[in-house]
Ligand binder design. Structure first.
Ligand SMILES: Cc1cc2nc3c(=O)[nH]c(=O)nc-3n(C[C@H](O)[C@H](O)[C@H](O)COP(=O)(O)O)c2cc1C
Length: 330
């Protein structure tokens, strides 16, 4: 697909990038449940420049994940230029630039949302990526409602003439990066300021909230993040709800079978710490099952697949669930 932003049907419903979460196992499960696009965890342009093995590892993907877009963070336009060329050579279907991350390790180095402090530099960063791969790869950006006194409307005004495909806006400010209700008015306003696609982020935790967000803002899609924790079927449910006004809830066996498929994919990761990666994910999956705290306490300590299978068998017996796991996870 030459330009997924343009070619995919709207509204786009997909998994947003999440550092420490959206590894290839997470992404492949989300793809099975209809995520239109996928993003690896964001990657440092400085890390790529210095040949960091971790950065290259984070950008490992399977062909089944296409269309897949790499997200870059950093502050130096020259390194963005270089990183864009590297990412293109790795076969990605697009490049996304992070203007939203509030984490001190990113923002204190002038990257992520701190870039908004200098709108001239924001433009220079985007222009560097355009100079590197423009016309060959679609370019998109992701930001948030504000950084200190700079509002996303100021950012939109400065970049509206650039040949990019999409801006995704997380409706929470730098000061309260993940708390409280997302501001949807800034997303609605952005639709009047830029000619490219606008994607909403921050209020897609349920199908009802996603539908409301799309209708209220007029956004071209919604990027899902924490709402997918233990609920990889969320994109599918949203699509179903938009089409029919109803959506299906997975049964307890469905939840456990999907969880074990997630375990199998995680064990194939290049990571040397697959159990560290999977423990939190297991806790998310079983969050809503009866007696969840009891099972979670056991799942956060697992260090072999057999231990996970034993706990699942216990859940199955105690909750009287009739299902068998596919052979691949046993
Ligand atoms: C653990 C975590 C890691 C995140 N990492 C990234 C990232 O690497 N790049 C990015 O653009 N946004 C990142 N985000 C922001 C999300 O993509 C999303 O915009 C935000 O969580 C709001 O959506 P939500 O309320 O549906 O979670 C991250 C969010 C979380 C919770």
């Amino acid at each position: 697909m030459k330009n997924p932003w343009q070619e995919l049907p709207k509204p786009l419903i997909y998994l947003a990038p999440m550092s420490g979460v959206t590894n290839t196992a997470y992404r492949q499960i989300m793809k099975q449940f209809g995520s239109d696009l996928l993003f690896p965890e964001f990657v440092s342009i400085d890390g790529l420049h210095h040949g960091s093995i971790k950065s290259t590892e984070l950008l490992t993907y399977d062909d089944c994940e296409r269309p897949i877009i790499a997200q870059l963070f950093g502050a130096d336009p020259a390194l963005f230029y270089e990183a864009a060329l590297r990412v293109e050579a790795m076969g990605f279907d697009g490049i996304d630039i992070n203007f939203g991350c509030p984490a001190p390790k990113v923002a204190n180095n002038g990257g992520g949302c701190a870039l908004l402090a200098d709108l001239g530099r924001c433009r220079a960063v985007i222009e560097a990526v355009i100079a590197a791969v423009g016309g060959r790869l679609p370019i998109s950006i992701k930001t948030r409602v504000s950084y200190k006194a700079v509002h996303v409307r100021d950012f939109c005004t400065v970049i509206a003439d650039l040949p990019i495909d999409n801006i995704t806006i997380h409706g929470r400010p730098f000061e309260k990066p993940y708390e409280g209700a997302a501001n949807l008015d800034c997303i609605k306003e952005a639709k009047t300021l830029v000619p490219f696609l606008v994607i909403a982020s921050g209020n897609g935790h349920t199908p009802e909230a996603a539908k409301y967000t799309l209708e209220y803002t007029g956004a071209d899609g919604i990027a899902l993040a924490r709402g997918t924790f233990g609920k990889p079927w969320l994109a599918q449910q949203i699509k179903q709800y938009l089409a029919t006004g109803q959506y299906t809830q997975p049964s307890l066996p469905d939840i456990l079978v999907t969880m074990m498929a997630h375990v199998t994919l995680t064990m194939a990761l290049p990571s040397t710490r697959p159990f560290v990666e999977i423990r939190k994910v297991l806790g998310w999956y079983i969050r809503d099952i009866p007696n969840a705290a009891h099972y979670r306490a056991q799942l956060v300590r697992v260090s072999t697949v057999e231990e996970i299978e034993t706990i699942v068998a216990k859940i199955q017996a105690e909750l009287n669930l009739d299902f068998s796991l596919p052979a691949s996870s046993q």
